[in-house]
Structures are given as structure tokens and as C-alpha cells.
Design a protein around this ligand. Structure first.
Ligand SMILES: [Zn+2]
Length: 233
């Protein structure tokens, strides 16, 4: 039986790698110095390198269902996403953190539906988006889009609870960026806290919320009750 995956591995090493050999050699000799931590949903249609025009060595990636950030609770469990955040900020000293959700997100949709009983870890993980859910029984496309965007804002708030993140953000040495990628348009909508919502990149004057302005309690409640997040396209 032909093994297509094996064929692809061989093709990369034979055809593609030689064109990039010197670049990878440099990344090995000098080490990696990515400036951006990209926290994205695992969805196969979200391709961070395409969106940002980046290549090897430029993005430190962590991906999970929903692009969620677990709370910093000091429990020192097997928290892969939290470990990646710590490594990116403390070791790599990135200057940007992007949280990127997207349209038609199965993780967000699952918040309104049933999760298979056997998916114990998924069920628990999805709770990290629960606060973004809107009080409707049958979510239509508009509700789902608003939920996806609200979930991104929630994760930015959680990032600010990481003790190695907040001081750097407040010192303006680290910026946080909330993105919502609309797959069918090929456009990222960036969260702009000054404009109080998500703005298509084609109309934005920055790449997201940075520099982050620590929220006022009223401001956050406005965002999370939906009144601060304008309707998407
Ligand atoms: Zn997703």
C-alpha cells in the first residue's frame, strides 16, 4: 500500500529542504529568536505562516482547541499551553503575544452543544470558553461569530493574570493582540480596545490591542455582555 505521508517526508528532504538549507543552518547555529508567540486554534484551516507571511524561526506556536489560555492557578500540573507561554516570555523574551481564534470554530460551537461522553479532557478544556457563551438555545452564525470574538478577549484577560506577562505589558515591553480570522474572507479582524471591538485588518490602524490598556471593570463587563463587541460582517 502506498504511504502518502512517507512520500511527502521524502519529497520535503529531497526537493524543498535544499532550497532552505542555509537558512535552517543559520537557525541551528544562532538558535531561534522568534519575536511572536502565536496562540492559535488547532483548526486545520488556520495557517499562521500564511496569514502573517512568516517562515521558519519567526513564530513560536502553541495551538489547542479554541485557542484558549488556561488560568494561571499555580497548580503546576501538565499545562502545556501555560508552559509554552512561560517559555516564550521568560526564555525567548518575545515582544508580542497573538491569540487567534477564527470563524466556524468547532470548539466554540461545541460550547452550545453536546460533547461526546468519552471526551473527558475536551469537555473540561472547553470550559475555558464558557464565559464567552451568549444566552441563546440555538446559536446562529452571528451569535457564533460574536462568541468566537468574545472568547479571544477572555483569553487576553487570562494572559494578564500570568505573573510574567502583566509587568512586561504594563512596561510596554510586551504587547497582546487578539485576532479573529474569517476563513472565507481571508481577513483577520483585530481587537482594538480603544475602538471597543474587532476591526478588519484592512481598516485597522494597528495589529491588535497593543499596547494593552489595563481594563476598567466596567469596560470588561461591556465586552463580555456583548455590548462592546460590534456585530461582525
Ligand atoms: Zn477553532
Amino acid at each position: 500500500m502506498p504511504d502518502e505521508l512517507l512520500d511527502r517526508l521524502r519529497r520535503f528532504q529531497r526537493d524543498d529542504f535544499p532550497l532552505r538549507r542555509s537558512h535552517f543552518r543559520m537557525l541551528v547555529d544562532d538558535g531561534q529568536h522568534p519575536t511572536t508567540l502565536f496562540i492559535g486554534c488547532s483548526d486545520s484551516r488556520l495557517v499562521p505562516y500564511l496569514l502573517t507571511g512568516t517562515g521558519p524561526g519567526e513564530l513560536f506556536l502553541v495551538r489547542n482547541v479554541g485557542a484558549f489560555v488556561p488560568p494561571y492557578d499555580g497548580s503546576a500540573g501538565f499545562h502545556g499551553t501555560a508552559a509554552a507561554i512561560e517559555f516564550a516570555v521568560l526564555n525567548l523574551q518575545v515582544s508580542r503575544i497573538v491569540v487567534c481564534g477564527h470563524s466556524h470554530c468547532g470548539g466554540i460551537r461545541a460550547l452550545y452543544g453536546e460533547v461526546p461522553a468519552a471526551a473527558l479532557n475536551l469537555r473540561q478544556w472547553l470550559e475555558l470558553g464558557r464565559e464567552a457563551v451568549l444566552p441563546v438555545a440555538e446559536p446562529g452564525p452571528e451569535v457564533l461569530r460574536r462568541t468566537e470574538q468574545r472568547a479571544v478577549v477572555l483569553q487576553l484577560e487570562r494572559l494578564m493574570d500570568y505573573p510574567m506577562v502583566r509587568p512586561l505589558v504594563e512596561a510596554r515591553r510586551l504587547s497582546l493582540h487578539g485576532w479573529h480570522y474569517v476563513i472565507e474572507d481571508g481577513e483577520v479582524h483585530v481587537f482594538d480596545i480603544l475602538r471597543g471591538g474587532f476591526v478588519p485588518a484592512s481598516q485597522a490602524d494597528n495589529a491588535g490591542t497593543g499596547p494593552y490598556r489595563p481594563h476598567e471593570p466596567d469596560e470588561l463587563s461591556g465586552l463580555l455582555d456583548g455590548s462592546g463587541v460590534p456585530a461582525g460582517p
